[in-house]
Design a protein around this ligand. Structure first.
Ligand code: NDP
Ligand code: ZN
Length: 350
């Protein structure tokens, strides 16, 4: 009998179904965690359906993990059984390159080991993520979850939170900046809350009229309906930063026009080629920049959780019974979730 119950996809079209496998025995620096909650990120769906190519089946997705420590390896001093902890998108890296040395493990020169669908650096097995009852992770890739955060609604901070926090911090977003967030989904709604807490004036760009009132409730100062040409035109030359969470290929040019000179368009959602092509003139004539950003490093992930605890920030979540994960994916495809599904892992054990 395998020691861990989970849900997995066995092909791009299989859908998700119960699956079991063995988690490894503790290595000296390992932490064993019983998972209470796991967020459902759009990356899970991209990987399950092999949108980016290279998915390794079976895929056990999930990289927004919160749970309690159940055991620690002999060298672990930072955590002990009972601690509330989180695991995000990475579970290992080379730990010696300049990026790892700087706490930017996501940019590890050898490539970091992702929480699911990567090869474990020590035993070569494929990593499995948080749609499972437990996980075993090296302590460097475990963060402490402040006890004043509600664990279910804090789970998505481990990916949606850090992916939006990291570029906002890197580009020193703060008071006096106008920030636009493109797409109001899991990442987008966190981008609004975090940019607001950092002091920026925030505008959400959405296709969905139905999200306008909620965007304002979450702190957005303004809302632009991105499909309304007049509204887009009126926004020309007005933003310092755009944080783009749109998960599919889309035309960047109308958004670039909304940046001031020296403005920066930060891609976090778009992992596929840009289509149609960028109009270079829009960059050259205003010294505009197109940038990208990948999750965040481990020290920064802890900093983000502490920042959220201090500012009382969590995600807006819809609790999910894991048996309904296939329906949840269909709704995610339609941008019909407000704003993150979080799996209650008790439902895996029923
Ligand atoms: P969601 O599906 O929750 O949100 C994406 C939002 O984008 C939707 O709610 C919708 O907002 C908008 N959108 C969706 N489809 C379209 C479309 N065809 N045209 C225009 N807008 C659209 O996804 P997540 O927030 O979970 O993830 C967003 C992207 O970020 C994914 O591609 C994911 O893989 C990626 N990602 C990147 C990371 C990184 O490190 N860079 C880390 C984690 C995720 P609205 O209804 O308001 O228009
Ligand atoms: Zn994610």
């Amino acid at each position: 009998m395998a020691n861990t119950r989970a849900y997995a996809a066995t092909s791009p079209t299989s859908g998700m179904a119960p699956y079991s496998f063995d988690r490894r025995a503790l290595r000296p620096d390992d932490v064993a965690i019983e998972i209470d909650y796991c967020g459902v990120c759009h990356s899970d769906l991209h990987t399950v359906e092999n949108d980016w190519g290279g998915s390794q089946y079976p895929v056990v997705p999930g990289h927004e993990i919160i749970g309690r420590v159940t055991a620690v390896g002999q060298d672990v001093t930072r955590y002990q059984p009972g601690d509330l902890v989180g695991v995000g998108c990475m579970v290992d890296s080379c730990r010696t390159c300049s990026a790892c040395d700087s706490g930017l493990e996501q940019y590890c020169i050898e490539g970091s080991t992702m929480t699911y669908g990567s090869l474990d650096r020590h035993d070569g097995t494929v990593t499995h993520g948080g749609y499972s009852e437990k996980i075993v992770v090296s302590d460097r890739f475990v963060v402490r979850v402040p006890e004043n955060l509600d664990p279910a609604s804090a789970a998505p901070l481990l990916c949606a939170g850090i992916t939006t926090y990291s570029p906002l911090k890197h580009f020193k977003v703060g008071k006096g900046h106008k920030v636009g967030v493109l797409g109001m989904g899991g990442l987008g709604h966190m981008g609004v809350k975090l940019a607001k807490a950092m002091g920026a004036e925030v505008t959400i760009f959405t296709r969905s009229e139905s999200k306008v009132a909620e965007a304002k409730k979450q702190g957005a100062d303004h809302v632009i309906i991105s499909t309304d040409k007049a509204q887009m035109k009126a926004a020309a030359d007005s933003f310092d930063f755009l944080l783009d969470t749109i998960p599919v290929a889309h035309d960047l040019n109308p958004y670039l026009k909304c940046l001031k000179y020296d403005g920066t368009h930060i891609l976090v959602g778009l992992l596929t080629p840009v289509e149609p092509a960028l109009q270079a003139g829009l960059l050259v004539t205003k010294r505009r920049v197109v940038a990208g950003s990948l999750i965040g490093g481990m020290p920064e992930t802890q900093e983000m959780l502490d920042f959220c605890a201090e500012h009382n920030i969590t995600c807006d979540v819809e609790m999910l019974d894991i048996r309904n994960i296939n329906e949840a994916y269909e709704r995610l495809k339609k941008s019909d979730v407000k704003y993150r599904f979080v799996i209650d892992m008790d439902t895996l054990k029923q």
